[in-house]
Design a protein around this ligand. Structure first.
Ligand code: GDP
Ligand code: IMO
Ligand code: MG
Length: 442
């Protein structure tokens, strides 16, 4: 039995979907625990390509039970569309369960996401406009509607009626927009509740039993640690906690049940949306990374900013999440570069810093200090054994390990399932590695 949390260790889109797909072969349960349909996780097989927003990437295997946990905010309309699309692609979704406690993303959340962004003007977050921020605001303001509420026509009506009065005051008086209709929303969302009735469950109890039965549980993070509401580049972050610690809360598992935390990093770094990115490149190298890495949003199609690996941010993320191991993806994207840079520190107004500043003004002022290493200039995308990697690629990876103070367990060299080099089985409990003394205290 093992419960493993997989988290994004940068600004999202690190390839969590691909990794979770690979690991799901040996998993019994795969659980999303935060975020919503702002996520876009892409999985590529010989016989198809899948894009997930809410459904855990583990659904592609017949052996998994997939759970959308209490910590997720669920757009039921989008979820039904996603489930239908999977069914059209031949995937059985009867093993999917949605926590009755998960909050619902309502139409006013989508609307307010857009209106708030417009009101921010130049300072916009550049959100995915999937209603995520407003839905989490309502959850924490105790104004939320949960999945179970959709199932009872009268409870749902009473809650919606009171919340909508307040929302409509905001929509009409602050934003000067027409009010939303109680009847329309009630009818439509009660209908979604009916469609999803068979999937809404006490998922906390299912996972508790899974632990008791010594099952393997994978916790699939969305977004990335640098988008975390507390530790990310605030306010240019998402509205949920993307920390490994939240995997327990968002799934309904006891904190001590999580045996391992795996951080997924790209071999370089990307960011989509606004906010500081110390190693972001706007030159030819940035364009090459974007073209070779196809760095466009999985669901939104937005261009991602690209840059060299930021080991300052990388080490910070490893520390706060207590990473047991790192997985490095998209190594193949670096195949053509004669030299590769790694950011090892920042120059902050003349001072050398080795940690991520908390304030936006300091973050924006950070100039990366680079170390330049040799590239390998050969194709790694077919390599499945670590020994077969070019020497320069191995020494690049070793350098990353040292800088983020975390052992690398796997390396991905292509979007295709199976094109992954395994150094260590991340589903087995780690052994103490003296090279990483900080792991002992985690
Ligand atoms: P996620 O949000 O973390 O699941 O990542 P996304 O799916 O949004 O973005 C990662 C993209 O990189 C997807 O298009 C993947 O198919 C692709 N990808 C994943 N691993 C690799 C890899 O090792 N090499 C290459 N070239 N592409 C990869
Ligand atoms: P996955 O799971 C990359 C970014 C948005 C925006 C900020 C806030 O695919 O890695 P939100 O809609 O959450 O309020 O937007 O966060 N963002 C992501 N960037 N990958 C994601 O998910 C993201 N989810 C949100 O671009 O800058
Ligand atoms: Mg993504």
């Amino acid at each position: 039995m093992v419960a493993v949390a997989v988290i994004g260790a940068q600004w999202g889109d690190e390839g969590k979907g691909k990794l979770v797909d690979e690991l799901s072969m040996s998993a019994d349960f795969v659980v999303r625990y935060q975020g919503g349909s702002n996520a876009g996780h892409r999985v590529v097989h010989d016989n198809g390509e899948f894009s997930f927003r809410l459904v855990p990437s583990g659904i592609l295997y017949p052996n998994t039970t997939c759970i959308i946990g209490n910590g997720v905010v669920v757009d039921p309309k989008g979820l039904i569309e996603e489930m239908e699309q999977l069914q059209r692609q031949g995937i059985d979704v009867s093993r999917l369960f949605i926590s009755e406690r998960a909050h619902v993303v309502m139409p006013y959340h989508f609307l307010l996401d857009r209106l708030e962004e417009e009101a921010r003007g130049e300072d916009k977050i550049d959100s995915t406009q999937r209603g995520i921020g407003p839905a989490y605001v309502d959850k924490h303001a105790r104004n939320g509607i949960r999945m179970a509420d959709l199932l009872d026509v009268d409870t749902f009506r009473a809650k919606l009626s009171s919340i909508l009065q307040q929302k409509n005051r905001m929509i009409t008086q602050i934003y000067g927009q027409p009010p939303l209709s109680l009847e329309e929303i009630h009818g439509e969302y009660f209908g979604y509740g009916q469609q999803l009735r068979g999937y809404i469950a006490d998922t906390q109890n299912m996972l508790h039993n899974a632990l008791f039965d010594h099952k393997t549980i994978l916790l699939e993070g969305a977004q990335g640690a640098l988008l975390d509401i507390d530790f990310g580049t605030y306010p240019f972050v998402t509205s949920s906690s993307t920390m490994a610690a939240n995997a327990a809360v968002g799934a309904g598992l006891p904190p001590r049940s999580i045996d391992r935390v795996i951080g997924v990093y790209k071999a370089y770094i990307t960011r989509v949306g606004s906010g500081p990115m110390p190693t972001g490149l706007f030159d030819d190298i940035g364009h090459i990374l974007r073209d070779r890495g196809h760095e466009y949003g999985t669901n939104t199609g937005r261009e991602r900013r690209c840059g060299w690996f930021d080991a300052v941010a990388g080490r910070f993320v490893a520390q706060i999440n207590g990473l047991d191991a790192a997985v490095i993806t998209k190594l193949d994207v670096l195949d053509t570069f004669p030299t590769i840079k790694i950011c090892t520190a920042y120059n902050l107004r003349g001072k050398i810093v080795h940690s991520l500043p908390a304030t936006l003004s300091n973050l924006a002022a950070c100039e990366p200090i680079y170390e330049e290493v040799e590239g390998w200039q050969s194709n790694t995308s077919g390599i499945t054994h670590y020994e077969d990697l070019p020497a320069a690629a191995k020494s690049y990876l070793k350098r990353l390990e040292t800088l983020i103070e975390t052992p690398i367990a796997m390396i991905s060299v292509s979007p295709q399932r199976g094109k992954t080099i395994q150094i260590q089985n991340v589903l087995q409990l780690p052994e103490y590695d003296a090279r990483y003394p900080r792991n002992a205290m985690r």
